[in-house]
Design a protein around this ligand. Structure first.
Ligand code: T1G
Length: 695
């Protein structure tokens, strides 16, 4: 960590160097050092101008998000630095390359002149963290580019290209070459200095605020509304605007939504780390992937790979299924062209990288083969036995199984260390979650290769050990168990779904299962009833399935789908549920939304704790990322384990014990990890289990 100071004639160059993104960290003294160096240069009589640039691949990725859980006043130090730069009597020229984001762009806007390298990107992504630009961004950006454009940048959180920034007035010069050299040239011919904080209030302010305010949508995060409030407060009094911005920033910093979003930001990166992986283990090169199976999953997986530029050979023994898969792949890629997401050349290259085959032998030279055939152990065993003979001896064999025993599959091949699970979530080319299942024999470099492939195709890869349902589906089973019990005890599907969706789930559980197919859940329940007869099961959902109501696919499930897609409450189901309660002697009662959410959440937390304790998940945050990216758990809520920490584990334990004393109490037996942490006053977020879970 350092601010490198060099001299070029009468100009002093300060180069930011702090970790991978030159974050403006307060906690490690980086911001303080930069402020001192700016002061030193400003008071140096031989210095006529200052250039600030970034080392490495970017100018600056923003304030250090890790600082935010500490002393909220720390951001004041960044604000002080930014005020110092803007007030500097000597010209401060910003040399921007790579990215200038968040506090990094706020620092750049305090400069008197901005030179940007072509291709670099500038943005204020704070809203994605449940925050607002808290170091002057809401007051300076509108003054530079207008209120409407500034609000669009801050409310979307999306960066703009340097070219767009130039035309908007955010940067003053665009260069193709060395941006520091260009900034030094500017310093030698000092241009008129613009202090963005002193620029007039933009003329489009009132209209822009009114139109954006009208479009604000209700949500857990108040950041969008607060951003508009800050811009609305723009006036000739910059200090007043900055004071309001700082106050509202502090409010947001402490909000659950921002804490959840910051937890997800770091969580998405933490899960990429495999505890105990030896430093010399490297992922294998993957240049050609085979996919076995041209069904829904195989097609989605092939698309995910092709979209990442990977050549794919699909082996599908049924010619008509293969033709359908190929047609879907071409159509989907072409649709990306029609929607302006990619150019025709890219689409043509992706389609050209796809090879269709009706025999497994076509996969003989693939570096990695993904099996995506019917979820039946017999079929999978056939495929893996064949692949073992056909695939290259150093080829990796992956199964897309969602619940079957990967170790049993691996046992079929001569070298089980080359077998790994790649559990994609449908639609596989859209859903970001990838459960990477680590078999008992999976080699470390095979696991590392699977994780690297996941990152390459834009997935959030999370390692799971082998158990029934792995991490996500195993927890989902306990979640659904409570949903069905709630139906028996008095709640109705539409109330449960509405409560969960209002709370932050992308889709309520009843609609989710109607979409996924109630028959799939039914088959799993029947299997588990046979394997785990001691557990309590709900009969009401089976009664619905016995009517052949499997959801959207049959036009009726828990809901009716008259147009094939829109879920409509069905009085027949209401009657069925109420009759079921009566037949089983259950006196129905009213449930509050809070009670519904609480039971569903606690079911996830309790099973998640067991999963961590068994080492199936490395860390509680891995469980959270599974739910954020695979099950529609609201990002602002951070994940089930994060929510448990917000509740407090002693509260969680008390509530589990209270439920365990009630109907179907077995399901509420507290996980020992929760009992232990509650007794110690611990949190899931502080659990360091890496030593226990080396692979
Ligand atoms: N703070 C702390 N760590 C950060 C960071 C940040 N701002 N940005 C990245 N990292 C870490 C990240 O955790 C990872 O760590 C490593 O850097 C590489 O990141 C006051 C309040 C810049 C586009 O929101 O979007 O300024 O896992 O894997 O894919 O108004 O990082 O290696 O240990 O993501 O090349 C605003 C967040 C902050 C930008 C680069 N800024 N970062 O992507 O690398 S709030 C942001 C990103 C703020 C002010 C406000 C991306 C990136 P590790 P990476 P990448």
């Amino acid at each position: 960590m350092a601010v490198e100071m060099t001299r070029a004639g009468a100009t002093i160059v300060l180069r930011l160097s702090n970790g991978p993104v030159n974050a403006l960290s307060v906690g490690n003294g980086f911001v303080e050092e930069l402020g001192a160096k700016v002061g030193e240069a400003a008071s140096d009589p031989a210095c006529r101008a200052i250039v600030i640039a970034g080392a490495g691949r970017m100018f600056c990725g923003g304030a250090d998000i890790g600082d935010f859980d500490g002393d909220p006043e720390q951001v004041d130090r960044l604000r002080h630095l930014i005020a110092t730069v803007e007030a500097c009597a000597k010209p401060v020229i910003m040399a921007i390359h790579g990215m200038a984001l968040g506090g990094g762009l706020e620092l750049a806007m305090a400069g008197h002149y901005r030179v940007a390298q072509a291709g670099s990107r500038l943005g204020l992504p704070e809203v994605t963290l449940g925050l607002l630009p808290g170091a002057g961004g809401t007051q300076r950006l509108p003054r530079l580019i207008g209120a409407g454009a500034a609000l669009d940048m801050m409310l979307s959180g999306k960066p703009v290209t340097a070219e767009r920034a130039l035309s908007a007035g955010l940067v003053d010069q665009l260069v193709d070459g060395d941006v520091v050299e260009a900034a030094l040239e500017v310093a030698r011919n000092v241009p008129p200095l613009r202090r963005s904080g002193t620029l007039p209030v933009p003329a489009d302010l009132a209209g822009a605020v009114a139109s954006r305010r009208a479009k604000l949508r209700a949500g857990l995060s108040q950041a969008p509304a607060r951003i508009v409030d800050c811009v609305a407060a723009l006036s000739g009094d910059l200090a007043a605007g900055l004071a309001l911005e700082a106050a509202l920033f502090g409010e947001l910093l402490r909000s659950e939504a921002s804490r959840g979003l910051r937890h997800v930001f770091f969580g998405e990166r933490t899960v990429a780390r495999i505890p105990g992986l030896a430093p010399d283990v490297r992922p294998r090169d993957v240049g050609h992937v085979g996919v076995v199976g041209g069904g829904l999953m195989g097609t989605g997986i092939a698309l995910a790979l092709l979209n990442a530029g990977l050549p794919v050979t699909m082996a599908e023994l049924r010619p008509e299924a293969l033709a359908k898969a190929e047609a879907t792949i071409c159509k989907t890629i072409q649709r990306d062209v029609e929607k302006g997401r990619i150019g025709q050349d890219v689409a043509d290259a992706r389609i050209a990288a796809f090879t269709a085959a009706t025999e497994l032998e076509a996969l003989a030279d693939a570096d990695l083969v993904i099996e995506a055939v019917f979820e039946d152990m017999g079929v999978k065993k056939q495929v893996f036995s064949a692949l073992d003979a056909i695939a290259r001896p150093d080829g990796i064999l992956a199964s897309n199984t969602s619940t079957l025993d990967l170790d049993a599959i691996a046992a079929l091949v001569a070298d089980p260390s080359r077998v790994v699970g790649l559990h994609f979530f449908s639609p596989a080319n859209i859903m970001r979650l990838l459960e990477v299942v680590r078999g008992r024999e999976t080699a470390p470099d095979v696991l590392a290769t699977a994780m690297a492939l996941g990152k390459r195709i834009g997935k959030v890869g999370v390692v799971s050990g082998v158990c029934d349902g792995f991490i996500g589906n195993r927890m989902f089973e306990e979640y659904l168990r409570q949903v069905w019990f709630l139906l028996e005890e008095g709640a109705l599907p539409q109330q449960i779904d509405a409560a969960m969706e209002r709370w932050g789930m992308a889709m309520g559980p009843c609609r989710t299962m109607d979409l996924a197919g109630q028959d799939i859940g039914w088959a799993i329940r029947k299997r588990r009833m046979a394997e785990q007869p001691d557990r309590p099961y709900s009969g009401v959902i089976d009664r619905i399935c016995e009517l052949g109501r499997f959801g959207q696919k049959t036009g009726k499930g828990i809901y009716a789908y008259p147009d094939g897609r829109t879920a409509e409450t069905d009085p027949e189901i209401t009657r069925l549920i109420e009759d079921y309660s009566a037949e089983t002697g259950l006196e129905r009662r009213a449930f509050s939304d809070e009670e519904i959410v609480g039971r569903c959440l606690l079911a996830l937390v309790n099973e998640g704790a067991r999963i961590v304790e068994e080492g199936i998940a490395y860390r509680p945050v891995d469980v959270d990322m599974i739910y954020i990216h695979g099950y529609g758990f609201g990002r602002e809520r951070g994940g089930p384990m994060f929510q448990a920490d917000i509740m407090g584990l002693s509260t969680v334990l008390d509530r589990l014990r209270a439920l365990a004393a009630g109907r179907n109490g077995w399901a509420w037996t507290p996980a020992p990890l929760i009992e232990r942490l509650a007794a110690e006053g611990g949190r899931f977020g502080d659990l360091n289990i890496q030593d226990r879970n080396s692979i």
